[in-house]
Design a protein around this ligand. Sequence first.
Ligand code: FAD
Length: 413
Amino acid sequence: MRISCVGAGPAGLYFAIVMKRRNPNHEIVVHERNPAGTTHGWGVVFWDDLLATLRNNDPDSAQAIADEAVPWSGQVVDVEGQPPLHNGGGGYGICRRRLLQILIERARALGVDVRFESEISELSQVADADLIVAADGVASQLRRHRADRFRPQIEAGRNKYIWLATTQRFPSFTFGFVPTSAGWVWFHAYSFKEGVSTFIVECAPETWEGLGLGTMRADAELRTLESIFAKHLDGHELISRDGHDNRLPWLSFRTLVNRTWHADNLVLIGDAAHTTHFTIGSGTRLAIDDAIALAAALSEHDSLPSALYAFERRRHRALARVQRDARLSAEWFENLPRYIRYNAPTFFTLLLARRSRLLKRMPARTYLYLRGHYTKLTGRAASPLARIGRRAFPFGSKASRGIFRAEPGTPRR
Ligand SMILES: Cc1cc2nc3c(=O)[nH]c(=O)nc-3n(C[C@H](O)[C@H](O)[C@H](O)COP(=O)(O)OP(=O)(O)OC[C@H]3O[C@@H](n4cnc5c(N)ncnc54)[C@H](O)[C@@H]3O)c2cc1C
């Protein structure tokens, strides 16, 4: 089969790898518009489940990724004016650029033709392919050519965020919340290679405007953020490499859903098909899962239409719940004033429960009360409670709004 894969992100590269491993006779070209060695963002997190998946599908690249990954242990919540709190667990961070390098080397070793500075904006550029895989990210150009079939819907989140790095070490996944004259500003940070950590800054749009962020030159803005987070950075600097016109690239997260993921011989995978808010740290994992599922469907089915249909059916279903969780998590941060007025232990509990539909629908105190009772009655931790939001609280939005009125910081959605 002749395959054109557009986009050398995790989705496109991993698809090329698993496809070649299944059948070395496939002719696969991966087109990447950027020059070699350039990409957006810094480090990404993942967990043991991804490593297990990678080992099952391509032990060579799995080993290289495992060797490169930096473990982080536990989560820390540090709200200004209160003692920082820790809990258990752990995962890994890896430099996105290095991850892509590993996948590129592996794809080439298997015989994939990876071409840089090869932008594909028209389907006619890849017309000779039997299959066109659009792995070209959330702003996919190929998707636009069949927008009537895919019916993409993009919803921009309220909060502003920026993906920075710092030389400060964060051995735990750390959330730091700092009050300013214009409202709360916070960061999500974790180490991803020796001496470098991801440092994502987020705040409400009113705070962003109130602090004059987005109006300064990049250097001045980095110094402003460094002074806000001085206690956490301890003299280390913040680093950005993606700015244009000397401005920092602040964004609002775009949640994308498509009604369908394939049209004729064009199929969407990874962020071109769906996005999940960065606060659940899953986009790379989901992109890789798509790649594996598409390669499996193509091997299992004789005809292209039935393979693409089977792929979409399987992954669409899997994505629905993750996207719902991601939306709840994003909304939790958008409604931070509802939660941050509690003491640090309660706030931490609420932060960990941010994917709960129940928490979204009732005052935090009521949620905690029910959660406490559930634990007392069953002797089990409250995680199942977090999943039964709609059934346990089957009132419409009007009733929810009534209850919320009792609590300051009314949620917006
Ligand atoms: C702030 C932030 C933090 C994140 N943190 C995490 C995390 O911790 N863990 C995690 O799992 N995920 C994380 N993600 C999500 C993750 O980065 C994405 O979900 C993942 O990169 C999707 O992979 P992809 O291959 O589908 O798309 P991308 O990685 O976006 O790759 C698409 C590629 O296509 C190329 N391209 C685009 N258009 C064209 C064209 N016309 N022709 C040729 N090439 C083209 C682009 O240059 C790019 O290289 C985070 C995202 C953000 C925004």
